[in-house]
Design a protein around this ligand. Structure first.
Ligand code: 9MR
Length: 352
């Protein structure tokens, strides 16, 4: 069977020739609306999303065009994190996050809010001062009520608590665990629910896409929270994979067990990095990985979205953090779709 890419390429070329037009070199930016990921996702019950870098969105017209055209949900990569919204104690800066919410609204996209309680990207005034546990609890409560309240009615789903477990399934040692004990997680969900009763509230982490002590910890936590009546609605699996460790084999079983609990699931930050340079085998393996996670999502009832952590290598976080690694997203730095892009679209089409 010819690849989707070839089939579409031939069709598109034919149409353009009939019209007497030349194929523009910037073919990806000029793709017809019906050839997009979001049109392929229509009818599948799964939204297709991307993290958005607000600087790129403001400065790069091609980035903006593809972001608006290909995806029907977006997640702010950084601008809703605590250090971004409250850099100085008591002074909020909502402007960049508001801009994203406006962009989403004008492009018919839902927004995943990210993230309310985390050990990272907290403002220095919060982490460096010697607050008492009672003060920290009040600060966390106020932060959640203020932020969720600010966006009330405009956020589809919140990553309420992010990365709260270690690899062995023990609670991660954070400022919150130390001061407030493990109950801070339930509190965070209750406060978020109070501030926006309609938003879907998620736990979110990496290395939880397969069966492991870490994903077991989330499975057990969700059971426990729901038994206590805590409003937890979903489990987000980030999906930061690396080809050199191999593709995981128990993703479907893992997603299925969360699905059976009756909570929503989502792949929230998918990217698949590799040791550079890329070569055709790595590129093919990467496409397989993107497809593997998407198929697992499409095969269960309550998996609601699949978000890539940036759609172009041009702004990916990976090379800055993992030396010698990169090429982790579905588009090259100059916006050429990779096999991973076509695998995503092909897979969505099979399910629609
Ligand atoms: O992509 C984000 C990058 O720009 C930030 O510098 C980094 C800081 O920790 O956070 C990155 O996003 C992370 C996300 O918020 C949570 N899961 C892991 C992501 C990659 O580090």
């Amino acid at each position: 069977m010819p690849s989707i890419r070839n089939k579409l390429g031939a069709a598109a070329t034919g149409t353009l020739l009939t019209l007497g037009l030349a194929l523009a070199p910037t073919a990806p930016a000029a793709a017809a609306a019906d050839d997009t990921l979001r049109s392929a996702a229509r009818g599948t019950g799964v939204r297709i999303g991307t993290a958005i870098d607000m600087t790129a969105l403001a400065e790069d017209a091609t980035y903006r065009e593809i972001a608006g055209r290909e995806f029907n949900t977006v997640t702010p990569e950084n601008v809703m994190k605590w250090e971004a919204v409250e850099p100085t104690r008591g002074t909020y800066n909502w402007a960049p996050a508001d801009q994203l919410v406006d962009f989403a609204r004008s492009h018919g996209q839902k927004v995943r809010g990210h993230t309310l309680v985390w050990h990272s990207q907290n403002p220095s005034w919060l982490t460096e001062d010697a607050f008492t546990p009672a003060q920290l609890r009040r600060l966390l409560r106020q932060h959640i009520l203020d932020e969720v309240g600010h966006f009330r009615g405009r956020i589809w789903a919140w990553d309420v608590a992010n990365e709260v477990f270690n690899e062995d399934g023990t609670p991660r040692d954070t400022i919150w665990l130390r001061a407030l004990g493990p109950g801070y997680i339930a509190d965070a969900f209750r406060w978020a629910h109070q501030a926006d009763p309609k938003a879907k509230l998620f736990l979110n982490d990496y290395n939880v896409e397969w069966l492991s002590p870490k994903s077991d910890a989330y499975y057990n936590l969700i059971i426990q929270l729901r038994r206590q009546g805590v409003p937890v609605h979903g489990f987000g699996m980030q999906g930061h994979l690396a080809l050199q460790y191999g593709l995981p084999t128990t993703v479907l079983e893992n997603v299925q067990r969360f699905d059976a609990l009756g909570v929503q699931t989502a792949f929230t930050e998918v990217d698949i990095r590799m040791q550079l340079p890329a070569d055709p085998i790595k590129v093919a393996a990467q496409a397989e990985g993107f497809g593997l996670l998407l198929r697992a999502c499409l095969l269960v009832r309550n998996c609601v979205s699949y978000t890539v952590w940036g759609f172009t290598d041009k702004y990916s976080w990976v090379p800055g953090v993992f030396q010698g690694e990169g090429s982790a997203t579905p588009y090259t730095e100059d916006y050429q779709p990779k096999p991973a892009y076509y695998t995503l679209r092909d897979t969505l089409r099979l399910a629609s």
